[in-house]
Write a protein that binds this ligand. Structure first.
Ligand SMILES: C[S@@+](CC[C@H](N)C(=O)[O-])C[C@H]1O[C@@H](n2cnc3c(N)ncnc32)[C@H](O)[C@@H]1O
Length: 326
């Protein structure tokens, strides 16, 4: 029986036997976390900046939201210098069960705790938050219904007033056949994360698009075993859609964020010292193994900031510093 895409995605990814409760994401696609340890090093640099700005509190939090297998959390903890590591409280948040081999110092939770003081990183989380799809028909916008077993679609009822308002503000549909992914559940998910941040910074890193440049047919995609597959929400593959990060930013501000930066991974990582610069050729003769190592690192950095790949991802960074009540 057909259901809305939001319901179909929810069941396919997080329902009983859902894709993410069964599978670890790194088997199916390569995120920045898995592409290279350089990503965790950059997150550590950001954490140190946030820690300094907060006056080196005890504890200082690192929360890895939508952690997958906990690798980012574990790598940052392993690389933290002693003066930070002994104050650091690391929490990986995911709906899947705790991986057996995760560093025991990393807490594993199904939700972001309230009152985080420090840094929250959500790498490729929001694109997996289920959402509805609307399609413009000659009779106006309609929610798209889908058969979870086959992926076959048909137009359903008109979107409700809140969805229509979201569409009008963030992704207006003009011509018949145009489709929009209604990002309201992502806005709400991000706002609820910002509401749990007492002091510090939250960063969402994801495939993103901005108002005025939305893809007219949407971005809904399936992934299985490293390959693109048709987006059939039967639980056998990941189902993802790019994120309207500008809408999430506005929701974060309504939830209390005081500063917002919306940029690309390329720019954000370059600010954190990831430049992709090749080592000087002279090193090849004075220290050949060092040269080869530095070259390997430069190519990993280049992959993370490649504007046509991971470097083109959106980075939404929002901070808040909530006044404590007396
Ligand atoms: C694409 S994976 C990203 C994994 C990891 N951050 C990385 O970059 O490799 C998305 C993860 O978000 C988790 N997730 C989705 N919605 C969630 C929620 N509401 N609460 C906690 N985890 C969630 C999924 O279980 C999945 O492991």
């Amino acid at each position: 029986m057909e259901v809305t895409w939001r319901e179909a995605m929810r069941r396919a990814l997080y329902g009983e036997r859902g894709f993410y409760l069964r599978e670890r994401p790194d088997r199916h696609f390569r995120t920045s976390v898995h592409a290279s340890p350089v990503f965790a090093e950059a997150v550590l640099r950001l954490l140190r900046q946030v820690d300094t700005a907060l006056g080196r509190p005890r504890p200082v939090d690192l929360v890895d939201m939508g952690s997958g297998n906990g690798l980012l959390a574990a790598r940052v903890l392993a690389a933290a210098p002693p003066d930070l590591a002994e104050r650091l409280r690391v929490t990986a948040v995911d709906l899947s069960p705790r991986p057996g081999d995760l560093d025991p110092r990393v807490a594993w939770e199904p939700q972001v705790p309230y009152g985080v003081s420090g840094l929250v990183v959500a790498n490729e989380w929001l694109d997996n938050v289920p959402l509805d799809i609307a399609e413009m028909t000659p009779g106006g916008p309609r929610l798209v219904l889908v058969d979870p077993a086959t992926g076959e679609e048909r137009p359903g009822p008109a979107p409700g007033p809140e969805d229509l308002a979201w569409l009008e503000r963030w992704w207006p549909l003009r011509s018949a056949g145009e489709r929009a992914e209604i990002g309201r559940p992502r806005d709400e998910a991000w706002a609820s994360l910002i509401a749990r941040l007492a002091h510090g910074t939250a960063v969402a890193v994801d495939y993103a698009h901005l108002a005025g440049r939305r893809p007219p047919l949407g971005t809904l995609t399936g992934y299985r075993d490293g390959s693109l597959v048709p987006a059939v929400p039967d639980g056998s593959c990941d189902i993802t859609a790019h994120v309207a990060l500008d809408a999430c930013a506005a929701a974060g501000e309504r939830a209390g964020a005081e500063t917002t930066t919306l940029t690309t991974q390329r720019e954000a990582l370059r600010e954190l010292g990831v430049t992709g610069a090749r080592p000087p050729l002279a090193l090849a003769s004075t220290d050949p193994p060092g040269y080869v190592r530095a070259l390997g690192r430069a190519s990993q950095e280049a992959e993370l900031i490649d504007p046509a790949g991971l470097g083109g991802f959106g980075w939404l960074s929002q901070s808040r510093h909530r006044e404590e009540r007396p």
